[in-house]
Design a protein around this ligand. Sequence first.
Ligand SMILES: [Fe+2]
Length: 203
Amino acid sequence: MYKKINLDYSSLEPFIDNETLDIHYNKHYGKYLDNLNKLLNSVDYDYKFNLLELVKNINIIPENIRGEVLYNAGGVLNHELYFDILNTNGKKEPTGKLLEEINKKYGSFNNFVMKFMDTANKLKGSGFTYLVLNNNELEIINLPNQETPYIFDMTPLIALDMWEHSYYLKYQNNKEQYIKNFFSIIDFNKIEEIYEKEIQKNK
Ligand SMILES: [Fe+2]
């Protein structure tokens, strides 16, 4: 069975209220994980891959449940990244190589934030906004529902959950404010860790 990540999920108040965080982590994320394990157990899957490897080797899963497995696995991976990079005491701005790349691509960190927020605001329906590494290039993209960048050979560095369940209790229709506040709780220590690991791999 795949298990919940050991998330030290402390309060993200006042940016995300505790009730939303609790429902989001335990009910929504938990449900993707339960669904995934149930589907995999139904075909006696042996859990020989970690979840990321499973997504990359999805063809080993029988075709009749492959789409459902991918959807729920995407839901798990997307939520794990989203929760993992949230921390009210984290590093609010990037430094080092990541900052260099952001400056090269977007002119400044501020421009990057503007572009990310604009992309998130334009997402229609449910989905996530990501900063990804695509062939070693930074890119800001939207993907619908629980599609995960890994299936397109991209590595997500930032994931912003734009499903209404992420913000509706506190922000109702004011998703602009939720998006803005996201930048008060993301932790660039975590993001840089993922980035460094990935560029080392691709050297
Ligand atoms: Fe979510």
